[in-house]
Design a protein around this ligand. Sequence first.
Ligand SMILES: O=C(O)c1cc(=O)[nH]c(=O)n1[C@@H]1O[C@H](COP(=O)(O)O)[C@@H](O)[C@H]1O
Length: 313
Amino acid sequence: MHHFSDRLNAAIQKKKTPALVGLDPRFDWLPADIVSNANKNHHTQAEIVAAAFEEFCLRIIDVVAPLVPAVKPQAAFFEEWGPAGCAALQRVILKAREAGLVVICDAKRGDIGSTAEAYARGYLAGENIDSAIWAADCLTVNPYLGSDTLEPFVNVAVERGAGIYVLVRTSNPGAGTFQDRKTEGTNLYECVAAAVEELAVKTKGAGNYGSIGAVVGATYPEELNQLRALMPHTPLLVPGYGSQGAGAGDVAGAFDKQGLGAIINSSRGINFAIRKAPYSEKFAPQEWEQAIEIATIDMIADLANHTPAGNLQ
Ligand SMILES: O=C(O)c1cc(=O)[nH]c(=O)n1[C@@H]1O[C@H](COP(=O)(O)O)[C@@H](O)[C@H]1O
C-alpha cells in the first residue's frame, strides 16, 4: 500500500493491537549470553557493543513480530557506538522490515529545508525498502526550526509512501518548559499541533489518517485527550507507557472508536521485562525472550481491556 497510515492501520488490524515495541538496547542490562557471544567474536568495545545490540534486537524482533504491527528502534543507542553501531541499526531495521513489521526509526531529526531533504531521503524508504539507505517506514522529527523545515519530510513521505511523527507534546517531565509557553492564550504545543493536523489532512490516505503524525506523551493524558480531538486526521505515536509510569487508562483517549489512530510505545518495559516483577519472578535470567513474549502479550491485553483497541479484537 503506497500510503504510510493505510499500511500501518492494516498492520494494526491484522495483529489486532496498537502495541508498538521500542528497541532501546542498553549494554549494562543485556542478557549474559548475548554479552559473552559478542565478547568472544569481536575486539574493540564499539564492535562488541554493536554486535550485542544487534543480536539482542534481532532476537526481540523474532519474539514480537508475530504479536505486534510495528517496532521503533531508538537511533541514539546505536549512534553512541559510531559506525559499528550505525551498521547494526541498519541491519536491525532491515530485519524488522523483512519480518513484515512497520519500522519507525526514532532519530528526532530536524534541520533547515535543504539539509532536512538529506535526512528525509536517507531515512524514509516507505514501502520500497531499497529507496532509502536506512530503509525505515517512518521517522520521528523535531519541528523546533519551523513548519517550512517539515516540508522536505512531507514531500519525500508522500513520494515514497512513508510517514513522519512530529514531536508535539513530549512525555518528559520538562516538556512544558517550552511547549506550554503561551501566545495569546495558546500553548506552543497547540500551535505545533494545528500545523501538524493541517499536514495530516493534506496527506490523507484511503483511511481517515494522514502520513504526517504527532508524538504525544502518555504521561500527559489530559493533553493527549485534547490533542486527539484537535487532530482528528493525525496518527499519534504515544510513548510513556510502562517505564515512564503511564498505563492503559492514560492512553484510552488516543484512539478513535475502531481502536485506530494511535500506536502505544513501550521500550524498556518490554526489552528488559526479565529485570522486573512479575517476569523476574516467573522466568530465569536466561529465559529473557519468554519474558519479552509474555510482557508483550500482557501489554496487548492491557490495551485491549482498557482502551478502544479492544474493538480491534
Ligand atoms: O519520539 C519518541 O518516541 C519519544 C518522544 C517522547 O516524548 N518521549 C519518549 O520517551 N520518546 C521515546 O520513546 C522511548 C520510550 O522508552 P521507554 O520509556 O523505555 O518506554 C524512548 O526511545 C524515547 O526516546
